[in-house]
Write a protein that binds this ligand. Structure first.
Ligand SMILES: O=P(O)(O)OC[C@H]1O[C@H](O[C@H]2O[C@H](CO)[C@@H](O)[C@H](O)[C@H]2O)[C@H](O)[C@@H](O)[C@@H]1O
Ligand SMILES: O=c1ccn([C@@H]2O[C@H](COP(=O)(O)OP(=O)(O)O)[C@@H](O)[C@H]2O)c(=O)[nH]1
Ligand SMILES: [Mg+2]
Length: 724
């Protein structure tokens, strides 16, 4: 039976220790409330921290047992782990960075180490639980390393990852000392989800800039798998909020509050105490409203609920003081005997009371500086049965992408915010209903169940796609078969590409020279009498000659322009002309001028534009552009344009590694053939091979004609050593 294992730092239940007992309470925060309706379906399980330091084994066992009754499995964290992993790396490094508050970010090596260790702890907990058919769904920034850790332990498992907070611009991510490890960690997943397309775009950009992995339609080739990246705006359990708002308890609470407030109009805000939520700015805007529009004094109040959060983190503690002080100042300045400008609550409320606040309020103020989604905005909409009420929403909350019928504001523009409050208070009912009903239709349809379904469907699709597109991994069993056929064969051909296959890439192609180990390896392979070793490369013949010419091996250079059997002279594949070069060179020069870091390689019968050293994204854009340009230029058919790994190459049509390899095979038919290559130009070689040949693609497992794949040059070296 397959089930979903939800994994997040915090469980939807938190346990508090009172003097005499333990009490179990719902956790606050969007992740817990949002997914709270999902995990109790089927046999699903939620793995996470219960917010309690257990005192002894007996208590631990008791907690496990209690939580198990509600499909939860605890991961216990120590006080030191909470300090360094949770308050430290998660909430003093990642949270401020991802919310564009880098001025608050700290970079502590010890916090990073705790982060790694706690992610490993979660990994062990999940491995203990997960069956082979289970889907592991990891949530949020506290567990960015977990996907890759699990992938390492279980290469075939199904892993989804969802980030609930914004993913910021590459310019912020690049500041983090551990930026590559964090991205690599996320790429352990099969599907990576974000609330908005903007966050997804930033992630793809960071992966491209920092890991050099490009993407197409949100798909990243990691070398061993295709990872899909997509946007899934999270919804709420709509009917639950409709029901809560219609409940007797909510109606009763509302009546009590209404009686106390008399006919004062209520503007509501609800959030965790967090600098990302723009609470202080909102208070200043409310004060400005009272100054600009004195008619609202004694007529409108701000009901502000602030839920305690992360109060051990310095910035949160000082924000608390700032808010206390601001509320005190505004209230003392404007209050009258019968009217309080700001009703401020610093605590959390159960659902029915939240529902009564949503009912009571005519205006909801959701004005974060940055917010992954913001579910309060959606909950307010769901609670408005009579469709009256106005939502004021920050353009920097993920929810603003969907709720375009809210009054969308820039939260740093205090003036605009004050005006929006005024506009909301005077908005005609007809307009309120029109806007609210449009938002309700959207929030109802894209609820949390639809969100889960969509995410799971995309995850299943990714898995299927991975399997259908993939070449087989060169497993130990397949390797054993290869070796036994190799040993049995009286004649053998090894067709080996150079860059990306025998030697790793270097930013400067001229510095990717063979090392001693490679030279010895090739020599030893070529010395075996039954073997013929051919290096088949796009490199110019002079370079191959200089680097490898002293070895008893054959060469195919410039993608087939030049051939050289061991010990003989270089031969041209066919008579060729270079008449086309000046025109194409001038086009390439244009792209060099427009793309810092790129350059032209001028080979005897080919021209190459290299963009490995250019900005990754600019390079990709210019490459597309150049390809279009060249395809148009070369449409008469005399020339061909080849795309390699961060290169675009132009040469006479009909000459490629495949045609050269085919010519080789016409004169020499080995009993065993092994072909290894890494880029698109090697696909021509794979295509030219007889079906029994062993063709091996280095790098991504997908989209290749090869039978097998390995992940990198070290695997190639290992395989070649095994032949000896
Ligand atoms: O666990 P805590 O440190 O107490 O913090 C509470 C949660 O806050 C964050 O919630 C986010 O998720 C919401 C749902 O996707 C989204 O609407 C909101 O914009 C986010 O800030 C955090 O991401 C969770 O991990 C925390 O548990
Ligand atoms: O006293 C409270 C106040 C709020 N919430 C819930 O906390 C969540 C806040 O989620 P949001 O996405 O707005 O922001 P986050 O806190 O996750 O950043 C919402 O579901 C609220 O209903 C709660 O459980 N108790
Ligand atoms: Mg190559």
């Amino acid at each position: 039976m397959s089930r979903i294992l939800i994994v997040s730092n915090r469980l939807p239940t938190k346990i508090l220790r009172t003097e005499e007992s333990l009490t179990f309470q719902p956790s606050e925060g969007g992740l817990a409330t949002g997914l709270g309706s999902i995990y109790q379906q089927d046999d699903n399980v939620w793995v996470g921290w219960p917010g309690l330091y257990v005192e002894d084994a007996a208590e631990e066992a008791y907690v496990c047992e209690q939580l198990a009754q509600n499909s939860m499995v605890p991961v216990f964290l120590t006080e030191t782990e909470i300090r360094d992993f949770y308050e430290g790396f998660s909430n003093s490094t990642l949270w401020p960075t991802f919310h564009y508050f880098t001025q608050y970010a700290t970079y502590e090596q010890s916090h990073w180490e705790a982060y790694v260790a706690v992610n490993e702890k979660f990994c062990r907990a999940v491995l203990e639980l997960a069956g082979p058919d289970d889907t592991i769904w990891i949530h949020d920034y506290q567990l960015l390393l977990l996907p890759a850790l699990l992938r390492q332990a279980r290469p075939d498992c199904t892993i989804g990852f969802f980030l609930h907070i914004p993913f910021p611009s590459y310019e912020l991510i690049r500041v983090l000392p551990w930026r590559r490890e964090l991205l690599q960690g996320m790429l352990g997943a099969d599907l990576i989800g974000f609330h908005t397309f903007g966050y997804m775009r930033h992630f793809l950009s960071a992966v491209s800039q920092l890991l050099g992995m490009s993407s197409q339609n949100g798909q990243i080739e990691t070398g061993t798998r295709t990872v899909l990246v997509d946007a899934f705006p999270m919804g709420i359990d709509y009917e639950r909020f409709v029901a809560a708002a219609a409940s007797e308890a909510a109606i009763r609470h509302e009546a009590n509050y209404r009686e106390a407030l008399r006919d004062v109009r209520v503007i509501l805000s609800i959030d965790r105490l967090d600098y990302s939520k723009g609470i202080a700015q909102r208070l200043r805007a409310f004060e400005l409203l009272l100054q600009r529009y004195p008619e609202w004094r004694e007529q409108a109040s701000l009901l502000m609920i602030v839920v305690p959060s992360r109060d051990q983190v310095a910035q949160y503690a000082s924000l608390k003081e700032e808010i206390d002080e601001l509320v005190g100042r505004i209230n003392s300045r404007y209050r009258t005997i019968s009217w309080t400008p700001i009703h401020y609550f610093y605590r959390s409320f159960p659902l029915e009371e939240l529902a009564s606040f949503y009912r009571l309020a005519e205006v909801a103020l959701v004005t974060p500086m940055r917010d992954g989604m913001n579910l309060v905005a959606k909950e307010f909409v769901a609670s408005k049965a009579d469709q009256r009420g106005v939502l004021i929403l920050s353009e920097r909350a993920g929810a603003a992408r969907e709720l375009s019928d809210a009054l969308i504001i820039n939260p740093t523009d205090t003036g605009q915010l004050a005006e929006a409050m005024h506009d909301a208070l005077v908005m005609p009912e007809e307009e309120q209903i029109q806007r609210m009903s449009a938002m309700q239709a959207l929030v109802r349809q894209y609820n949390v169940f639809a969100w889960t379904q969509l995410f799971m469907d995309r995850l299943a699709y990714t898995k299927i796609k991975q399997h259908t597109l993939a070449t087989e991994t060169l497993t130990p069993t397949a390797t054993a078969k290869l070796l036994s056929e190799y040993h049995a064969a009286p004649s053998r051909l090894l067709l080996l590409d150079y860059d990306g296959t025998l030697a790793p890439f270097h930013p400067d192609p001229q510095r990717a020279r063979p090392d001693q180990e490679l030279l010895l390896l090739l020599k030893a392979l070529a010395d075996v009498p039954q073997n013929r070793v051919v290096v088949i490369s796009g490199r110019d013949r002079t370079t191959l000659q200089t680097w490898l010419g002293h070895l008893p091996i054959d060469f195919i250079a410039e993608h087939g322009v030049w051939l050289r059997p061991a010990g003989e002279d270089w031969q041209l594949f066919q008579t060729l002309s270079n008449d086309w070069k000046p025109e194409i060179r001038s086009i390439l020069a244009l792209y060099v001028a427009r793309t810092a870091g790129s350059f032209i390689e001028d080979k005897e019968y080919s021209l190459v534009w290299h963009y490995r050293r250019a900005d990754a994204e600019l390079g990709a854009v210019r490459a597309r552009d150049l390809l279009n340009h060249l395809t148009f230029m070369t449409s008469n058919g005399d020339l061909q344009v080849m795309e390699g790994n961060k290169v675009i190459e132009i040469k006479t049509a009909g000459i490629h590694k495949g045609s050269a390899a085919a010519r080789w095979l016409a004169t020499y038919q080995p009993a065993f053939t092994l072909v290894i290559g890494d880029d698109r130009t090697d696909e021509d070689t794979f295509r030219a091979m007889p079906p029994e040949a062993y063709t091996v693609k280095v790098g991504t497992a997908s989209r290749s004609l090869a039978r097998y794949h390995v992940s990198g040059t070290p695997d190639v070296r290992r395989l070649l050593r095994q032949l000896l």
